[in-house]
Design a binder for this molecule. Structure first.
Ligand code: COI
Length: 340
């Protein structure tokens, strides 16, 4: 194992941190991805008319590499990200990336930047694969050349203050994604649409926005940076993957752990906003947020405290079980761990 960088590991937040290298490869339309390889981390040159800059032809992924208790580096379910990036590319008219090509690029970047992976239990190396239309395109059309980049940053918790329960605002002013739009893929445009709602929410003292489904504004969709779950008694419910819900890797893992290890009755279905107010627990999941509880939800100027406002039993257990697998503290009976 490489000697670690001299970084203040105990005070890592979630932000950009220049590392040693990043992956870059290109593809011309109807062509194959070239061999690609590592280049020094840093700025890249791009046409002002690039499709990604002018028409948002871009998608991304989020993954983490961990220094595990077995003193080795591991990834968590990278095949799931490979599958999702392929779906995202297809929806945005970009050439698909095969699973092996994708995972190889991730491994190369993590290996070369191994000294930036936080020590055991101090966070993870966040991995950000992106695919962009980089050829100049003035008319609205798919670009004729694409770039696949993978860069990384050592990160700690996504929300400041660790795993403090979140204070959400359920928005009637904004939707995250349009029905039949691109909410189900990791398109960069979904995130630009969330900037103003989140800015406003933070200005009003909230941590994040809880988006409602555009069709009826009664069903819950997701938090924008994470999927959402509700527990009532033995029932654990999360919005089904229909329309604009992002198929989260952590979401999928929590569903399995909840069913197999906590014996919860798990449903992917409709989640009514009103039901959250009387839930035993509400929490959200994602690569960046891991599993973070929700303490309060404000809707139409009324604040609802979820149970006693603290992190609930199931959230505590599920987070522990997930993190123990990710850090190889517990046996991985699912085959989720992928050694680097
Ligand atoms: C992730 O959890 O990795 C995400 O992509 C969410 C985010 C936009 C930080």
């Amino acid at each position: 194992m490489k000697k670690k960088q001299n970084i203040d590991w105990d005070n890592l937040g979630f932000g950009v941190y220049p590392t040693r290298s990043m992956w870059k490869s290109t593809n011309s339309i109807n062509g194959e991805w070239d061999k690609g390889g590592l280049i020094p981390y840093g700025n890249i040159e791009i046409s002002p008319a690039a499709g990604v800059l002018n028409y948002g032809q871009g998608i991304f992924e989020g993954m983490k590499a961990y220094h595990s208790s077995k003193d080795r580096l591991v990834l968590f379910r990278p095949e799931m990200n490979a599958k999702r990036i392929s779906t995202s590319c297809k929806r945005l008219c970009m050439p698909e990336i095969s699973k092996d090509y994708f995972i190889n690029a991730i491994l190369e970047v993590v290996r070369d930047n191994a000294d930036f992976v936080p020590p055991y239990n101090k966070g993870g190396l966040y991995i950000r694969p992106v695919v962009w239309g980089t050829a100049p395109t003035l008319g609205v059309a798919p670009a004729s050349e694409y770039t696949f980049l993978v860069y990384t940053a050592p990160v700690g918790p996504y929300f400041r203050g660790g795993i403090k329960p979140l204070n959400l605002i359920a928005s009637e002013s904004y939707h995250r994604a349009a029905p039949k739009g691109i909410g189900h893929v990791k398109a960069i445009g979904n995130y630009s649409a969330s900037l103003e709602p989140v800015r406003k929410a933070k200005e009003d003292g909230f941590d994040e926005v809880l988006y409602l489904k555009a069709e009826d504004e009664r069903l819950v969709e997701e938090v924008g940076s994470a999927n959402i779950f509700m527990r009532k008694g033995n029932q654990l419910v999360t919005p089904r993957l229909a329309g604009s819900i992002l198929p989260g890797v952590t979401r999928n893992s929590i569903l399995k752990l909840a069913q197999d290890q906590l014996g919860l009755d798990v449903t992917e279905g409709d989640l009514l906003l009103e039901d959250l107010f009387t839930a035993d627990e509400v929490f959200c999941t994602g690569t960046a947020v891991v599993l973070t509880p929700v303490g309060h939800i404000t809707y139409r100027k009324k604040t609802h405290m979820i149970k006693d406002g603290n992190m609930g039993e199931a959230a505590t257990e599920l987070r522990k079980k997930l993190v123990h697998i990710q850090l190889e503290k517990k046996e991985d009976s699912y085959g989720w761990i992928y050694p680097v």
